[in-house]
Design a protein around this ligand. Structure first.
Ligand code: GLC
Length: 651
């Protein structure tokens, strides 16, 4: 970026009104701002250069950043510096996450500190608290319809409780992730209420139209996100007689980012969250923040420009907060959220490894690793210094959004293949052990996603119902293998609460009118602490799953090679049932070998030797046994749904 003297003078002038000690305690902020301002301005101009309010809002943006820095607590500023000293602190193998609904996990924010010992026992030191800001009951989308970005919903407690929790967590060396719901607000948000009342200033915060002319044009190319419960992308609002863009549910109003005031207000909210002590900010649905007729209004270049702008502003103001872009889109598109060109690794620090997550389920249903492998050349493009969130389940559905060519590559028909997976996981196949359900079936396109808890999709629910002991054991093996595969893959693994003890589907949502239209609630359990206390009772399912998770996590924390240094190589598929990858860091190596089939698998020892010298013995961290490496014509035998975590024994 070229140095722009006028811009620097202008910014100095703006800052002179902000009461900053630029030579003293605020010097770091000042230095960062001045070194990044050309980039910030360039990005800003790309979007708002021609907007009549552009210049005025740019000044307001600088003031917003300066104020946020001034309000940042001394403890957080110190933490920023500690993190800066560690470099990319978030790629550490010592981090292990869990995502949870505070109310369903333990009631409220005051109770959560009492559960920190539970996380410590498990080894989890990074918590994603599902949305806790004010959201109208019954029209909440699990908190993703926010009516006040700065008020904790009464159900959970208040801001003081949140800050006190964060402090307790930090004392224990834990990290916190919260969401910013960037794309939309609840229709009960103050801005939306004012827009409904007819105020044109606030109507410009949303996409609102007097007639269907533009909505029709948008609808032509925009897919339906929730085709069953919220078809179409617009909702007619009778209070103001306008059509409002509502891409998700009709109570979620899309924010209009062509208006620079909206961007500045939302950046202010982002920095507010940073100042609560958030370590990683999950940016909800960033793929949707820019709309344009004639396009799908997803993944547009302007959405990336806005994210880069956010990243720059955060790096200047609250640099310790990393960004996760929740882009659950096509594999090629996901990669772009890490930044491209001059902005490579300068957009989102994290993205969800959604492609791989879905492919794990593909492998589990088919026992065949080839589609997964066909996708890896895309997934491996992730820039150095950025990282994945790896997961087997989260609060959302499983979308089979990987590309058709990945399926075709294996000689399968994409339509029939997806049909098989949907039938397998929804329990429609008579011999399938899985108990899930189809989510958001779209009769127009034939698309559908999958709901269901990890345990139910792995067969535990059915096996328990049938009281089938061998199947119960087999489903536990699947659960553990699925988790092992994702925990060592490279990135930050995030468990979904309940999965650490094997919760099966909860069908009580069907009785709640605020939830019954959304079957994702079947895999969002209400934790029963009596059940969870069985983790200490030897031989129970809870104990078996929990103890295995504990062990996997402790292995992860021991092995530096697992930190995401973009150091992953897939083993050649000598056996298509076996997914094997190698993590390397100088002399250190770890082979993670998983058998996704229900038969014992044989893997030639040559598979290990293809990747350079290997010692004659391997230590399996999982069974804690040493094993001799055989000749090429001999085989490692992996039991059904078994896995190995091999480290070569140094000789
Ligand atoms: C994200 C959330 C999902 C929500 C949607 C709309 O995808 O993960 O739960 O429904 O955004 O906010």
């Amino acid at each position: 970026m070229t140095f722009d003297q006028n811009l620097h003078e202008q910014v100095n002038h703006i800052l002179s009104t902000c009461n900053l000690d630029t030579n003293g305690k605020d010097n770091l902020f000042y230095a960062r701002l001045m070194s990044d301002i050309d980039t910030i301005f360039h990005l800003y101009k790309e979007i708002y250069g021609n907007h009549p309010n552009g210049q005025q809002q740019f000044e307001a943006l600088i003031i917003t950043m300066a104020n946020a820095f001034k309000q940042r607590g001394a403890d957080l500023k110190n933490r920023d510096e500690e993190k800066a000293d560690q470099g990319r602190w978030f790629i550490s193998n010592e981090l292990m996450g869990m995502s949870l609904y505070v109310d369903r996990f333990c009631g409220n924010l005051q109770e959560l500190p009492k559960k920190l010992n539970y996380f410590e026992k498990l080894g989890v030191n990074f918590l994603h608290l599902m949305p806790i800001f004010e959201s109208p009951a019954g029209e909440s989308d699990g908190g993703y319809a926010v009516s006040n970005f700065r008020k904790v919903d009464d159900r959970f407690g208040n801001l003081e409780d949140l800050i006190s929790l964060r402090k307790d967590m930090q004392k224990k060396g834990m990290y916190m992730m919260l969401d910013i719901v960037l794309n939309h607000t609840s229709h009960r948000h103050e801005w939306a209420e004012k827009a409904k009342a007819g105020d044109p200033y606030y109507q410009d915060y949303f996409y609102m139209y007097d007639n269907r002319w533009l909505p029709n044009q948008f609808d032509e190319k925009m897919p339906d996100i929730f085709p069953e419960s919220a078809p179409g992308n617009f909702t007619f609002n009778q209070e103001c007689n306008k059509w409002v863009m509502t891409v998700f549910h009709n109570y979620q109003w899309d924010l209009n980012y062509t208006n620079p005031v909206v961007f500045r207000e939302m950046l202010d909210n982002i920095l507010f969250y940073a100042n609560l002590g958030v370590d990683v900010l999950r940016i909800d649905a960033p793929a949707f923040i820019w709309k344009q007729t004639g396009t799908s209004s997803q993944n547009l270049p302007q959405a990336h420009t806005l994210l880069r702008l956010i990243k720059q502003c955060v790096m200047v103001t609250t640099p310790g907060m990393a960004l996760l872009g929740e882009a659950i889109v096509a594999p090629k598109e996901i990669m772009k959220y890490f930044g491209t060109g001059a902005f490579t690794a300068k957009e989102c620090d994290f993205a969800y490894n959604a492609t791989h997550m879905a492919l794990q389920w593909d492998m589990l249903a088919t026992g065949d690793t080839r589609v997964m492998l066909a996708a890896q050349h895309e997934i491996l493009q992730k820039p150095f210094g950025t990282s994945w969130i790896n997961y087997t389940r989260c609060h959302d559905d499983i979308g089979l959004g990987y590309d058709d060519y990945m399926i075709e590559h294996t000689g399968k028909n994409p339509y029939e293949h997806r049909q098989y997976l949907k039938n397998y996981y929804s329990g429609a196949l008579w011999d399938s052990p899985a108990r899930g359900a189809l989510f958001s079936s779209n009769p127009k396109t034939g698309d559908a996603r999958i709901s269901g808890s990890l345990a139910s999709l792995c067969g535990l629910e059915k096996a328990l119902y049938e009281n089938n002991e061998p199947q119960i054991e087999l489903s536990i093996k699947k659960i553990i293998m699925m988790q092992a595969h994702s925990i060592f893959l490279g990135g930050l693994p995030i468990l979904f609460y309940g999965d650490e003890v094997g919760y099966t589907n909860d069908y009580s949502y069907q009785q709640d009118p605020g939830k019954s239209y959304d079957n994702r609630w079947m895999h969002r359990p209400n934790i029963n602490w009596d059940k969870n206390s069985r983790v200490d009772v030897e031989g129970t399912i809870e104990n078996k799953v929990f103890a295995s998770m504990q062990k996997l996590i402790s292995i992860r924390k021991k092995l530096k090679v697992v930190a995401d240094q973009s150091n992953l190589t897939w083993l050649t598929p000598h056996n298509i049932h076996v997914a094997g990858y190698l993590r390397t860091d100088g002399e250190n190596k770890l082979y993670c070998i998983c058998n996704f089939s229900n038969q014992a698998a044989y893997l030639t020892w040559y598979a290990f030797k293809e990747h350079g010298f290997i010692s004659s013995k391997l230590f399996d961290h999982w069974s804690e046994k040493e094993i001799n490496v055989g000749y090429d014509h001999e085989h490692l035998i992996i039991e059904p749904y078994g896995f190995y975590l091999f480290e070569p024994v140094k000789q």
